[in-house]
Design a protein around this ligand. Structure first.
Ligand SMILES: *Cc1c(COP(=O)(O)O)cnc(C)c1O
Length: 459
């Protein structure tokens, strides 16, 4: 039997449809609420921020939504992405498990974020939008959207979390090369930013604050600018399902079916993108794949957070969403996986986790880098610190399979490469990384960080 390593699809196999989990939700989803009134949000209320087509996708109950041809054309620059059997890693672990990974780091900006960036830029362009605003943590989302805005001829303002702006200047240079304007958040350009700076001029920033700034700029632009979010929302997760749809075909080429699908979670988009098509097979076609979401112990939204209505941003400008949250004013420890430092999580993913359709596990930073280095030294690809959370758990599961003496088929999403994260690897290599688990006092204080409307629910 030949030992195939890469499972490659043709351009013709590029999916024609995204998969919408809302059509198959086995549990009801609590509606988003208006931030001022606490009443269920009308699609109209979102129109200051998003073009109508994306708002319709946000609430659509259609199972499949067609990928527009200009978006498919742009996807062809890097899709279908490869599915790779980690044979060299399997050998080193001496495990009977078969480990597969879907590699999204081949996208031009280096992560899965390009999948939704291209779609969002396209829908904004056809709606007549001239400029977008957004936030970025580590810079992957900002650089994906910067490229997409250049492709579809839109201006872009990026509010970048200050600690990342300082730690990761190369991501900023990439965004600027694509033509975006990048600001270190909190800035003095917005009320939300000025309020934070007044209490602490050296505030390191957070995704929640950067979202407040980007939302404020779009909401007060008199319709000239729209806002774009890189994760969490239903339409973003919809766009990411292209990952799982391809992976289903590729596992078929490999003649196997995964016993488990693993992904890291920041806002939940890359995990949901690979996992939801497999969840559909569980729900509709009797498969029994385990779906495992991995988060850092420094920002453990699913495993330690509270399931309650909370704001998506720090200033309380976004709609209230029911999600597992650490509290919207939470500033997570400065771990190197910047993309996983968010207080909340995608509402669909949260509802599915709450109902037991998805598992979650939290892992500390040093064990993540240990896994990342082992992966780099066996498979050759240096993973993004975010993606390495999924590798950690894939390795742990492969070792459990070895202990049990069972062949288990493991699929994980390698959401991006880590070529802009080499200073984090340098810190790890020199023994300078800490685990930075969230202190118990911080966990105990979550209820006090929730908005009034949630207090009654958690009391
Ligand atoms: C942004 C990012 C993440 C986390 O965001 P999700 O929406 O949870 O996917 C994970 N991996 C990489 C490489 C990222 O850029």
């Amino acid at each position: 039997m030949s030992e195939q390593t890469r499972y490659i699809l043709n351009e013709n196999d590029l999916p024609r449809y995204w998969y919408n989990i809302l059509a198959d939700m086995p549990v009801p989803l609590s509606p988003p609420l208006h931030p001022a009134t606490g009443q269920p949000l009308t699609p109209d209320a979102l129109s200051a921020l998003f073009p109508m087509e994306l708002i319709l996708q946000e609430v659509s109950q259609e199972r499949y939504i067609e990928i527009p041809e200009p978006v498919r054309e742009a996807y062809k620059l890097y899709r279908p992405t490869p599915l790779i059997r980690a044979r060299r890693l399997e050998k080193v672990l001496d495990t009977p498990a078969h480990i597969y990974y879907k590699y999204e780091g081949v996208s031009p900006s280096g992560s899965h974020k390009t999948n939704t960036a291209l779609a969002q830029a396209f829908y904004n362009k056809v709606a007549g939008t001239h400029a977008l605003t957004t936030e970025t943590g580590a810079g992957q989302w900002g650089s994906a959207l910067a490229m997409a805005c250049r492709f579809f001829d839109l201006d872009l303002e990026v509010y970048m979390v200050k600690v990342s702006y300082q730690q990761k200047p190369y991501r900023r240079f990439l965004m600027e090369t694509y033509g975006a304007q990048v600001f270190a958040s909190p800035t003095d350009r917005t009320q939300a930013g000025r309020a934070i700076l007044a209490t602490n001029p050296d505030h390191p920033g957070s995704l929640g604050i950067a979202i407040s700034e980007a939302v404020e700029v779009a909401a007060t632009s008199g319709g000239k600018k729209k806002y774009s979010l890189g994760s969490v929302l239903n339409h973003v997760i919809l766009h990411q399902t292209v990952i799982g749809e391809e992976a289903l075909k590729q596992m078929d080429l490999a003649g196997e079916y995964p016993d488990m699908v693993i992904g890291c979670i920041g806002g939940g988009s890359n995990f949901s993108g690979i996992a939801f098509p497999f969840l559909r097979e569980n729900l509709r076609n009797g498969q029994r794949t385990r779906l495992i979401a991995v988060e850092p112990t420094a920002a453990p939204s699913l495993t330690r957070g509270i399931y309650a209505y909370d704001f998506g941003d720090t200033a309380g400008m976004t709609p209230l969403m029911k999600m597992y949250t650490l509290g919207h004013s939470f500033t997570p420890p400065a771990i190197h996986a910047g993309g996983l430092r968010y207080h909340g999580m995608a509402p669909t993913l949260c509802a599915l986790y709450d109902a037991g359709y998805i598992e979650a596990v939290a892992v500390p930073q040093r064990s993540v880098f240990e896994a990342a280095v082992l992966f780099t030294c066996t498979e050759g690809i240096l993973p993004a610190p975010e993606s390495a959370h999924a590798i950690r758990v894939a390795i742990d599961e492969a070792l459990k399979a070895k202990e049990a003496g069972e062949k288990r088929v493991i699929l994980f999403n390698l959401s991006g490469h880590g070529h802009f994260d080499l200073s984090a690897y340098n810190a790890y290599n020199n023994g300078q990384l800490e685990d930075l688990a969230l202190p118990e006092e911080e966990i105990a204080a979550i209820p006090s960080r929730l908005p009034q409307i949630s207090q009654s629910q958690v009391a």
